[in-house]
Design a protein around this ligand. Structure first.
Ligand code: FES
Length: 77
């Protein structure tokens, strides 16, 4: 089966299946994505995937070979 390699901000890499929920993928990698509403409206869970901002609570892991995840929110605000 096809796997997507995800490189996380904590320097871990995991493999997961395309279509998996981001929050579950992050959990498996020990990465904590902050959440709020869980329905895609507050933006608390935004992460950057290959430079593109997505909302982790409603988006799924896309069918790509390799993805790089970064935290979108500026930690200094
Ligand atoms: S938790 Fe609110 S948009 Fe994802």
């Amino acid at each position: 089966m096809k796997k997507v390699r995800i490189n996380w901000p904590n320097k871990k890499s995991t493999n997961c299946s395309p279509g998996e929920e981001w929050l579950k993928a992050a959990y498996d990698a020990n990465v904590e994505i902050p959440t709020g509403c869980l329905v895609g409206s507050c933006g608390a869970c935004e992460i950057e995937v290959n430079g593109e901002v997505i909302r982790a609570c409603i988006d799924k892991v896309p069918d790509k070979k390799e993805l790089k995840v970064e935290f979108f929110s500026d930690p200094y605000w």
